[in-house]
Design a protein around this ligand. Structure first.
Ligand SMILES: [Zn+2]
Ligand SMILES: [Zn+2]
Ligand SMILES: [Zn+2]
Ligand SMILES: [Zn+2]
Length: 1071
């Protein structure tokens, strides 16, 4: 019962002080008190105050106070609070003069003072300031007229809002006992102001500001400050302050008294300055030198202050007391001067001030010196400990440096040869031991094929970020054949990681615990969490990054065997063809079909079963990751027997590399060295994983894949259903064939195992195929500016190849453009492929990148080609006679002619990077657009929540029954339905009426994100409540775009939902 009354009282107090009501209540009450005080004898007024606060007896006799202190602690505390309140009230009655009529001020000053005090708490945004000011009948605060005179505007960065900061010359107007501060505001402001002063190296005293003069009617108000009772109160408190605080007084009481003393001195100084000695009846400085009467007979207020100045328990107030003593000295000299020569009023005397100041400075210096010495001592200790540690572990340090020296094999070729990342000349990976630490048990572990499995938390998601064709419908999961990626890259699987490493079994234990916890939670409460345990989702135990699987860490590949000869392309093609024939016949035999025994190359054993290079725990993790990719890519239940398993793992590797290559290109970053560590770790473990992922599947699976890939690249004239060269993304083809080749290679038990040569030959073949692809699709008939330049070898060869193609295909190809134009097109078109390949082989073979590619600058092309072991003039590759027949076979495929004649949907190279749609500069354009948008389903009705897809620009009728559709057996809103066609389950929208960006992932997850539109004060207006004109902030929009292109939206949603549980409860699927 009491509490309920208590709450109602708290509510009343809240509204009494609230911005909206205080003008009529609190402010008016203060004025009433001021009216009363100005018309009464000051001692009488103070007496009434004392008795209303029931504090008279405390100040009346020391005995009474003593008795009280012995009575009960609660009572003492209660009394202290009352004293604080009373002193505060007196401060307000005397000091609050910013109402025209009471003080000599304009309404302008009133608003300005309000703003100064709000900004003294912290820099504020426009909307916060508006909220803190009372509005008049026209909903105006007067803020606009004043703000620029006291504050400077700080532009918002990419995050955050535009903020107003108080200019430093207005800081002296800060009043700690500003009547509109709540207790919390007051302490925040006090802290902020002290900090500011410390930063500027000033003392931390917060003296009252100079108050404006009172209007004549209220001029007697100041007498409160010098009334006898006031002096007695001050004397009593200062006397208490001399004793160490045992609860008998509080710092707040002392601070208020000091404030009152300061206020009085300021008043006297001001009067002396304006009127001259004779007219000034305010003689506070004289009165405080008088010894106190009962009940504090000990000494004058001034003497008490002087004795307190160096009291050790009052360190905090020292600066304030010093300031007061300085003021007293000032006022005294002013009085003396004006009495001897009334004409000259000199500004305060400097003598005492300076000595005080100097003493202060000396003290500060001494303290700084001591701190410096202490720091030096600690540093010395630390370096001593370090030395000691090195001495103790000398062997370890020697070992570490020794092992790297030993492991790099003696190199026969000269060291000046630049880095090469593949082929027989490739620079071997420095055989560094890979030591990693588990974030869960903190144990160190070396990454070895036969060791304990270590895993990297990862997040796999479907992606359409690179898609060049959003109209292509999602593949039917059961019959989808992922072996050949279409160049439009309409759907891929992206893998990202936060880079945190765990033991596989530590992670399993952690994940099981998460599952159990989630089950228990679901029994108690319904609803979703920010992560979906049923889909294997969890939060990284260290950084809480959304993850849904783990990537096993695998050891580096070995250095190349330099003793083996590099077979020529013919030899290699011949051997590979023979190997394939042998495999095919073996497969046929298995299925019971007899055929002619083909010639088997020497040492090639079809029935050889290679030893699994991995320990059981690593193999298990390989399967785990394989299955996660399978589940996400196909949305099917895991099936380890599905032959598509390894293909999907290769696909995510290729797609992730491609998307990162695009990001680096568009952000003008160098190809190597600019990726954050976590992405670097992710790509390197992902690449090494996918080169080994086939070991978890039956060996024939990988064989079959390689055979199909190889025949697509080197078409067999006998096989009819080969694929059109225009329908294959060449980088995917390269990655798949390099990965699957390992399965063929390990059957070769002969002496000349040539895996590196094979990689190089594969790269050459695919590059030529890509060149042909580019020449077929991407040549436009624009005019080249520098036609008269002498044709280089590269241009000649390009023309030659183009002519060959025209010979095969005739008029479907445009007329021969100039050589320079052709070769420029080709270079531009093939560059993304080369860059992606360089990344791929760099991570596959752990080769250090060449220094030229660590920076942006000239010579990139040459460095890239030599890193990939390609000639700078790529066209030299096709001069091989063998390739002529290949090119012929690619061109005669009926699909090529069809595609060229069909025009339309052909993908041109280089593929342009996808961006979010262009948004208008002025938000009202969007509002107009949305208001004329009609619901497409309900025949001409206006849409309630028009929502714009930022990926494709489609306007949708969101959050409405009229446009719900069924996806996977559930009714979903237009936005969610759209994400499944446009973004493979992920969408970015702008809710136009709300001015809000909406992120949606799947059916259950979503969050709101600040829109890229800001008003002139640098603030967003979510919900369009403020109604200021809004303009596009390009940087913020780019930030959203980058988030999307980095595949970071799902993570943002996860973090938002973790931080704000109410987001979890929203039915996102109905938006
Ligand atoms: Zn562990
Ligand atoms: Zn993490
Ligand atoms: Zn869309
Ligand atoms: Zn509708």
């Amino acid at each position: 019962m009491w509490r309920r009354n208590g709450f109602s009282l708290i509510n009343q107090i809240y509204y009494y002080h609230n911005v909206k009501c205080r003008v009529e209540m609190f402010d008016k009450d203060i004025i009433m008190l001021q009216v009363g005080a100005s018309m009464m004898d000051p001692d009488h007024f103070l007496m009434i105050v004392l008795s209303r606060f029931e504090l008279f007896h405390i100040f009346s006799s020391a005995d009474c106070r003593k008795r009280l202190r012995e009575a009960s602690k609660d009572l003492v505390q209660q009394n202290n609070t009352l004293i604080e309140e009373m002193l505060h009230l007196i401060i307000m009655v005397v000091g609050e003069r910013y109402v025209s009529g009471v003080g000599q001020v304009e309404p302008f000053d009133e608003v300005r003072r309000e703003i100064i005090h709000q900004l003294s708490i912290k820099p504020m945004a426009h909307s916060e300031l508006v909220k803190a000011l009372p509005e008049n009948g026209n909903k105006e605060t007067g803020l606009e007229r004043v703000i620029d005179s006291v504050a400077s505007f700080k532009k918002p960065g990419v995050t955050g809002r535009g903020l107003y900061e108080l200019q430093s010359d207005w800081q002296k107007h800060f009043n700690l006992y500003f009547h509109h501060y709540s207790r919390a505001d007051q302490s925040k402001a006090e802290e902020a102001q002290r900090k500011l002063r410390r930063q500027r190296g000033e003392d931390t005293a917060l003296p009252p500001p100079l108050p404006p003069p009172l209007s004549p009617l209220f001029s007697s108000l100041v007498n409160l400050l010098q009334s006898d009772l006031m002096l007695a109160l001050q004397g009593a408190v200062l006397l208490w302050a001399g004793e160490p605080s045992g609860g008998g007084w509080t710092e707040a009481i002392l601070q208020r008294v000091l404030h009152l003393v300061g206020l009085a001195l300021l008043e006297e100084q001001q009067q002396l300055e304006t009127r001259g000695e004779e007219d000034v009846s305010f003689r506070y400085s004289c009165k405080i030198t008088r010894p106190g009467e009962a009940p504090s007979p000990s000494g004058s207020v001034l003497a008490l202050l002087e004795s307190l100045q160096n009291a050790p328990h009052l360190e905090v107030h020292k600066d304030m007391i010093t300031w007061i003593l300085k003021m007293v000295a000032n006022v005294k000299t002013m009085r003396e001067r004006s009495s001897c020569s009334s004409t000259v009023t000199v500004r305060p005397g400097q003598g005492l001030e300076e000595t005080l100041h100097d003493r202060d400075q000396l003290e500060r210096k001494r303290k700084a010196e001591m701190a410096r010495l202490r720091r030096e001592k600690i540093m010395a200790q630390m370096s001593e400990m370090q030395k000691h540690f090195i001495n103790e572990n000398k062997d370890l340090f020697l070992e570490a440096s020794g092992s790297t020296a030993e492991s790099s094999p003696p190199r026969s070729d000269p060291p000046c040869v630049s880095q090469v990342c593949l082929g027989p000349r490739r620079s071997g990976a420095a055989l560094r031991r890979q030591l990693v630490t588990c974030i869960l048990c903190q144990e160190e572990q070396e990454v070895r094929g036969q060791g304990r499995a270590m895993v990297l938390a990862a997040f796999v998601q479907r992606s359409t970020v690179l898609s060049k064709n959003r109209r292509r419908s999602l593949p039917e999961p059961v019959h989808y054949d992922p072996l050949f990626m279409h160049p439009d890259l309409s759907l891929g699987t992206h893998t990202a990681s936060c880079g945190h490493i765990m033991h596989a079994n530590c992670w399993q234990r952690y994940f099981e615990a998460v599952q159990v916890k989630e089950q228990r939670r679901q029994q108690r409460l319904r609803g979703h969490t920010s992560y979906d345990v049923e889909h294997g989702e969890f939060l990284c135990p260290l950084c809480e990054c959304l993850s849904n699987t783990v990537i096993p860490l695998l050891p580096h590949t070995h250095s190349p065997d330099l003793s083996v000869d590099h077979p020529s392309l013919e030899t290699w093609l011949k051997t590979t063809n023979q190997q394939i024939a042998a495999l095919c016949s073996a497969h046929r035999k298995q299925s019971g079909v007899e055929g002619a025994e083909p010639e088997v190359p020497e040492g090639f054993r079809v029935d050889f079963t290679p030893q699994n290079p991995f320990s059981s725990s690593i193999s298990e993790m390989i399967t785990t990751f394989n299955m996660s990719i399978y589940k996400v890519s196909l949305k099917l239940n895991p099936n380890e027997q599905d032959p598509r398993v390894p293909v999907l793992s290769w696909a995510t590797c290729a797609y992730t590399i491609q998307s990162i290559e695009r990001l680096l290109m568009d952000e003008d970053k160098p190809l190597f060295g600019s990726l954050p560590c976590r992405q670097d770790d992710c790509l390197s473990s992902l690449t090494r994983f996918s080169s080994s992922c086939w070991t978890a599947a039956p060996p024939t699976t990988a064989h079959t894949h390689f055979i199909r890939l190889f025949t697509a690249l080197v078409p067999d004239s006998q096989v009819e259903d080969s694929l059109c060269v225009l329908d294959i993304d060449m980088f995917h083809l390269l990655v798949y064939s390099v990965m699957s080749y390992s399965s063929i290679h390990c059957l070769d038990q002969s002496e000349h195992r040539t895996v590196d040569s094979a990689h190089l030959h594969l790269l050459h073949l695919v590059t030529v195929a890509h060149l042909v692809q580019i020449l077929l699709t991407s040549i436009t008939e624009e005019v080249c500016m520098d036609q008269d330049s002498e044709g280089s070898e590269e241009e000649e060869l390009t023309c030659q190849l183009y002519n060959t193609l025209r010979k095969h295909l005739g008029s479907v190809l445009p007329e021969l453009p100039s050589g320079c134009q052709l070769s420029r097109c080709v270079r531009l078109g093939v560059l993304p492929f080369l860059r992606a390949s360089a990344l791929f082989f760099h991570y596959l073979n752990s080769t250090a990148p060449p220094t030229e590619l660590l920076v942006i600058g000239p010579g990139q092309w040459e460095a890239l080609c030599s890193f990939l072991s390609l000639p700078c003039n790529l066209l030299q590759l096709q001069e091989h006679t063998l390739l002529e027949t290949l090119i012929h076979r690619w061109c005669v495929h009926p699909g090529v002619r069809q595609a060229l004649q069909g025009g339309g949907g052909m993908v041109r190279f280089p593929r342009e990077s996808n961006r979010l749609i262009e948004l208008p500069e002025d938000y009202s354009t969007l509002i107009n657009q949305a208001s004329s948008f009609l619901c497409p389903r309900s025949g001409g009705d206006k849409s309630r929540a028009p929502t714009l897809c930022l990926v494709c620009g489609c306007m949708l009728c969101s959050q409405s029954y009229c446009c719900q559709t069924e996806v996977g057996g559930e009714d979903v809103g237009a936005c969610t339905a759209h994400t499944f066609t446009c973004g493979a389950g992920l969408g970015l929208f702008l809710r136009v009426r709300e001015s809000q960006v909406l992120f949606v992932a799947g059916k259950t997850k979503g969050c709101f994100y600040p829109p890229p539109y800001l008003d002139d004060y640098g603030e967003t207006d979510q919900g369009l409540k403020r109604g200021n004109p809004l303009h596009l902030c390009a940087e913020r929009y780019r930030k959203i775009e980058r988030l999307w292109r980095q595949h970071g939206v799902a993570e943002v949603i996860g973090h938002a939902q973790e931080a704000n549980q109410t987001l979890v409860a929203i039915d996102w699927q109905h938006l």
